[in-house]
Design a protein around this ligand. Structure first.
Ligand code: TRP
Length: 476
């Protein structure tokens, strides 16, 4: 056993440093959650899956599945204080199960690199849109002109490849600098700034003349338009937007101070993230209908709608530039989180410096990213299973690997970890505590806490700020 393990888990510390405060942690997890998933992906998958009913399923998944999974990831991460693979191995053993739980962590690292590969490409698009907005091409442009800018740009593998490269290089740079100096400083102003600009855009959308139609598209459920595949996509989107299922939040949890409440922290992140996604939908769909665009057009949706709105408003060049700067920034703070598990693993396991680890993970991910770059031009017609290379990487990671990872993590936190271990972690001062509803399932000593098995049996109750009701396990 590691000497520091023998000293007891309560005093376990992370070798990568700690967040300076609870607020810093909330900012970092929110920075990871709020990104392209909210503003680029949510509107386009909602549009492709018919709106209303999809949004309902999505919201259900965010609160009933996403929130408990987030709590599980944080509590496992904080208990293990290592990279996700090592943490799962360590806790698996410590809680009397097996080291093989580390394979969940391994799948997470692979999923993370695959996700980052296309995330970086789309983040490159937003970077390029900073420059395009500044140049004024969108000022007074028609819907057709704005769409042409997008298809010309993504049609060029050189331009999109360069943007992808710049984005990945900047991500490697920050990850290499380490937790406190790198991640924490990167997230302070982005979320409030983004929120503010979304509100400006909302004002524009309300006056677009089609706000009612946009609202109806998003919120009046038409279940006929929802397929089973759509339900899976909604669940995948819930994981994606909250950064769950691949150890990103777990890796951040490893740096969380002992006394911070996991429940209220998770609730704050989920609320902030959902607010931004819903706002994005409320801005984009009215614009789609006001300009006769197609809500199901796919990944170009945001790039075809928002520049139109900016192009028509006073000060549009300025606002558009700021908007795409903030969106690039949001993408960037998310990308840092996707990269963290793999980097932390290389540092701890393969004895690499952070700089080497970041360069290695970033380099491999950058290479894989070319599959996505080319999916929008040279290899556009090269389709199989779910579509282009991009479509397939996205489908398998978001809709299969993330939910699977999330399921394993929740099963681990609820059934494998001893009730008092989980309770220990959840017991920090909080108004809200997730309280076990189902009976203890434990046969080998120690009750298991039930945060929920993927949200099936789950209750949030107001509870006193103590863990008296939870920590009843005898094998402490
Ligand atoms: N949640 C981010 C977004 O919405 C993307 C992201 C960051 C992510 N970290 C992740 C997605 C981990 C899945 C897993 O843009």
């Amino acid at each position: 056993m590691h000497p520091e393990e023998a000293a007891g888990q309560a005093s376990r510390i992370s070798m990568h440093g700690h967040w300076s405060s609870r607020m810093a942690f909330i900012l970092a997890v929110t920075g990871s959650a709020v990104g392209l998933g909210n503003i680029w992906k949510f509107p386009y998958v909602a549009g492709q899956n018919g709106g209303g009913a999809f949004v309902l399923v999505y919201l259900f998944c965010v609160f009933m599945i996403g929130m408990p999974v987030m709590m599980s990831e944080i509590l496992i991460g904080r208990r293990g204080r290592r990279n996700p693979i090592a943490t799962m191995a360590l806790l698996g053993e410590e809680e009397g199960h097996s080291r093989h739980w580390q394979w969940v962590g391994a799948m997470a690292v692979v999923a993370g690199m695959l996700i980052l590969s296309y995330y970086s490409v789309v983040a490159g698009w937003t970077l390029a849109y900073v420059q395009k907005s500044m140049s004024g091409v969108f000022a007074g442009a028609s819907a057709a002109e704005v769409s042409a800018v997008f298809s010309d740009f993504t049609g060029s593998w050189v331009q999109t490849g360069v943007a992808h490269t710049i984005f990945m290089a900047s991500t490697i740079f920050v990850v290499a600098r380490g937790v406190e100096r790198g991640l924490e400083q990167a997230v302070r102003f982005m979320v409030p700034g983004l929120l503010l600009l979304m509100l400006v855009l909302l004002g524009y959308a309300i006056n677009s003349g089609s706000f009612g139609r946009g609202l109806a598209f998003m919120f009046s459920p038409n279940f006929a338009a929802l397929t089973w595949d759509g339900v899976l996509v909604a669940m995948g989107q819930a994981f994606f937007t909250l950064s769950l299922g691949m150890g990103a939040v777990m890796a951040y949890g490893a740096y969380l101070p002992e006394e911070t409440s996991i429940t209220s922290t998770s609730a704050a992140v989920v609320l902030a993230d959902t607010t931004i996604a819903v706002l994005a939908g409320l801005v984009i769909f009215p614009l789609v209908f006001a300009n006769g665009l197609n809500p199901s057009e796919g990944p170009g949706l945001v790039f075809d709608t928002l520049p139109l709105a900016f192009g028509q408003m006073p000060g549009g060049v300025f606002f558009a530039t700021i908007f795409f700067v903030l969106l690039s920034f949001a993408a960037w703070t998310s990308a840092l989180g996707v990269m963290e598990p793999a980097v932390a693993w290389l540092v701890e396991h393969a004895n690499r410096t952070r700089i080497q680890a970041a360069a290695m993970v970033g380099g491999v991910t950058w290479l894989i990213g070319w599959g996505t770059v080319l999916s929008f031009n040279v290899l556009r017609e090269f389709t199989f299973f779910k579509g282009t290379i991009y479509n397939n990487i996205d489908y398998v990671t978001t809709n299969v690997m993330l939910p699977l990872g999330g399921m394993f993590v929740t099963v681990f936190a609820t059934w494998v970890m001893c009730r008092n271990s989980s309770a220990d972690e959840l017991a920090a001062p909080a108004r809200l505590q997730i309280v076990a509803l189902s009976r203890p399932l434990c046969s080998t000593g120690g009750d298991r806490i039930h945060i929920s098995a993927c949200g099936w049996r789950f209750g949030i109750m107001a509870a006193p700020a103590s863990n008296a009701g939870l920590a009843s396990c005898s094998n402490a």
